[in-house]
Design a protein around this ligand. Sequence first.
Ligand SMILES: [Zn+2]
Length: 381
Amino acid sequence: MVISAGRSLTAGALAVARHLLIHGPATRGDLGDRLNLSYASTSRAARALIQEGIASETLEQEPAVGRPRQVLTAVPTARHVLGCKLTADTAYAVVCDMFGNVRSAGRAALPGPDASGAVPVAGTARVIAQLTNRIGRRVPSVDGIGIALGGIVTGRSAVREGTFLGWRDVDLAGPVSARTGLPVTVTNDVTALAREQLWFGAGRTHSTFGVITVGAGLGFGVVREGVAVEELIDNGHLLAHAPVDSRGPECGLGHRGCVAAYLDHTDVARRASVTFDGLVTARRAGDPTATRILDEASHALGHLAATFAGALQTTCIVLAGEDVGVLAGTAAMNGAIADRLRPGPAEAQRCVLDIVTTPLTFNDWARGAAVAGIQHILGAA
Ligand SMILES: [Zn+2]
């Protein structure tokens, strides 16, 4: 494996690279207009990107008379990044090119927790380094590493609370970087997903949007005016525990009828005395109780999406995670949203929400980490 020391781009070059990656090839003139860059700045950025191998330029003869246009195109294979999603016991990894295309994938078991219940950090760094060597062999070079995990991450390197790994104030980027010699960025897994959506998903059409993940727990990602919010002020509590029905079931924190009471796996399983997957199977067999519990979960998800969209003032909410395929797009969810948007008799304004659903595998989570890593090595905010 060749290790290449990438350089961060200037703001202008980064803006051009980002535009080419997200929207495809463009002429220098187009780029200048869209990014509000002078002709000189656009030319400087183009030269830098060509020199770094990140973009190539071709001359395109205009059909009408005139000089040929210079068309810039991003080179997908210019950089490769390993994205790694950590669960309680496994590291799932993919290697992506600059377009976020997965070029190879693999996984490895993490060391078991020590006496204090924490997964050893040094052992985790070793597993990630070994994965980088193993699946990085299939591309010319790995230029950086992005790691995503559930919990609170500060400064893109330290894990303040690693929910499933038993970590508190752990420097993860340092040991992985020391072992691999590569730039490493650590991101909350839902934030990484929001970053992936910003470049290659909802962000192509919406500068502001929210991401909700529904799985083992509820997760939230926020993109405002083209910038991913790196750290939530409340770890998602204000949304996860928003009230839905004051007569509803209790969540683990003792709120009656909050969003989490209907959607959190542990809370739902406690109430139904069966796992979430068990409920899905029972509903398929026509069980009325399972059907009601899942409809209530869909209804709560509709309220959650509506509340998030209203607070963020966006029409776009991305629903992702293992359970969204079961809960999203149902009559119960759509009904809750439609009811929240229903105009009064004298109101003329109409609003329609664009709810995007993406069921996720662990490799999709790892891809989010890789895209966060690509943004990091290019110097994106
Ligand atoms: Zn609650």
